[in-house]
Design a protein around this ligand. Sequence first.
Ligand code: G3P
Length: 247
Amino acid sequence: MARKFFVGGNFKMNGTVASIKEIVKNLNDAQLDPNAEVVIAPPALYLPLVRESLRKDVEVAAQNVYNKPNGAFTGEISVSQLLDSGATWTILGHSERRTILGETDEVVAAKTKFATENGLGVIWCCGESLDEREQGITVDVVSKQLAALKAQVSDWTRIVIAYEPIWAIGTGKVATNQQAQEVHAAIRAWLRKEVSETVADETRILYGGSVNEKNCRDLAKETDIDGFLVGGASLKPAFVDIINSTQ
Ligand code: G3P
């Protein structure tokens, strides 16, 4: 089965009502590849604004979600609240949440399980630090993150994997096509061995880390790169070129 090209825009903690309205207008006016699945993730505060004003063929994601039903969890947002606001996806396990907010592999896996079982798609992120890459343990690190996910998740149909080497995030230092392809192929091989042929063949594996309108076309040609999770460039008009990178 051909995997549908997937492009996510992670706005992180950026934007104002005015700037987000401008991004939405730009996407609404653009010609987007009808063969690409596009999802944007504004800060939670702006989800209803984005969902109400954005074209319907682009989906909306949160950047995080809690793994409990509504209740006494001050500061958190639930899966049902996201669905109620029209979000259909969430990002989970971004390295900024793992390293700055202290989310462990197990917490990320528990959130992924709860979100997927309750109807949200999950863009599940993994990736190594510069130190880990230099030690030559990239695939071990990513395999350990995947193993923690597998320990809790049995249905992979709502999961998209984003490989984001930490050293490439926001640094302008993109992984080479070969570096990215190697890890994507290793992730797919892991899925084939540890989960199933079908999950390996059908799961989209996105690359994230300094993707821009100049490097996206070549990266998109790699066999195991099924799309991108874009940070900084998703706030700019050039995001449209990244969405259209396989055209
Ligand atoms: O989730 C996207 C991301 O971390 C990459 O950010 O700014 O390097 O594209 P950026």
